[in-house]
Ligand binder design. Structure first.
Ligand SMILES: Nc1ncnc2c1ncn2[C@@H]1O[C@H](COP(=O)(O)OP(=O)(O)OP(=O)(O)O)[C@@H](O)[C@H]1O
Ligand SMILES: [Mg+2]
Length: 256
């Protein structure tokens, strides 16, 4: 039996647990992740390396040993496909565990089996989980109880409407679809980094000033190098798009 440091010797190890449940035996690397202490951890592994398998086994190991109740587990993924795979594997394994005689041995009182029968872990995409949070707790913010986060498609359509009905000049040769993507990307990046548009304007002004007024090398007298000019143009365009971002945010709040 594998023993973890934090809980003493009464825990079942990942290898024995897999054997008891008739599942693939984890590799030593997987074992280290499955039975890791309950604290934040970052695991990096390549495509097809066995990440989903390991996460599912981790959940089952935590539940089998009574360290975590199934309803306290939250699994979040970027794509619906990944959430589907992870959720299916976690649920299938927990069902095996619930039906296994092993559980009688680990949990003579029967609380873990009762918890397993009562509740599944939550495994969702970030987006779906955010939608659930808004639906359940939106009134505290407050947003309307019926409010939902925009789907990616709806967000794109909304931003595209902003761009294609924009009447003022934007100094660019890019097509509206490209501008739409830029608006959405910039809006997402600003929100994620908690940067407000005024900060971006201030930063850009300083940045442009620093680059354009820096002392030039002899061969730069005629003008800045092409790649540097491209960077400056990108940054200028970002600032030029801010009014569109504001309109997009306004329409989003209004719900279209
Ligand atoms: N220890 C193991 N023994 C046998 N098979 C395993 C083991 N670990 C994973 N596998 C199998 O390897 C395949 C890939 O595993 P998994 O889907 O978990 O990888 P992943 O890293 O999540 O892949 P992706 O990058 O596609 O999401 C699956 O068929 C899985 O059942
Ligand atoms: Mg996977």
């Amino acid at each position: 039996m594998t023993v973890t440091a934090e809980r003493g010797s009464d825990l079942i190890g990942p290898v024995e647990l897999a054997r008891e449940l008739g599942l693939a035996v984890p590799t030593p690397e997987q074992v280290a992740v499955i039975a890791a202490p309950v604290e934040p951890a970052l695991v990096i592994a390549g495509a097809g390396a066995g990440k989903t398998e390991t996460m599912a086994a981790r959940v089952v190991w935590l539940v089998a040993n009574g360290i975590v109740a199934p309803e306290r587990v939250l699994g979040l993924t970027f794509t619906r496909k990944a959430a589907g795979q992870l959720g299916d594997r976690v649920r299938a394994r927990l069902r095996r565990l619930a039906a296994s005689p092993l559980l009688d041995r680990l949990d003579p009182g029967g609380q873990r089996r009762a918890a397993l029968l009562a509740c599944d872990p939550t495994v969702l995409t970030y987006h779906a989980y955010a939608g659930r949070l808004v639906a359940e707790h939106g009134l505290r913010v407050p947003v309307e109880p019926g409010a939902r986060p925009l789907t990616e498609t709806a967000a794109w359509q909304l931003a595209h409407r902003v761009v294609s009905t924009w009447t003022e000049d934007i100094d660019t040769d890019k097509v509206p679809a490209t501008i739409t993507n830029l608006v959405l990307d910039l809006s997402g990046e600003l929100a994620e980094h908690l940067v407000d548009p005024d900060d971006l304007v201030r930063w850009t002004t300083r940045f442009l000033d620093a680059v354009e007024n820096a002392p030039r090398a002899a061969r730069q007298r005629a003008g800045l190098p092409k790649d540097l000019q491209r960077i400056l143009a990108t940054q200028r365009l970002r600032v030029a798009l801010l009014p569109l971002l504001a309109d997009y945010a306004r329409r989003k709040r209004r719900g279209g």
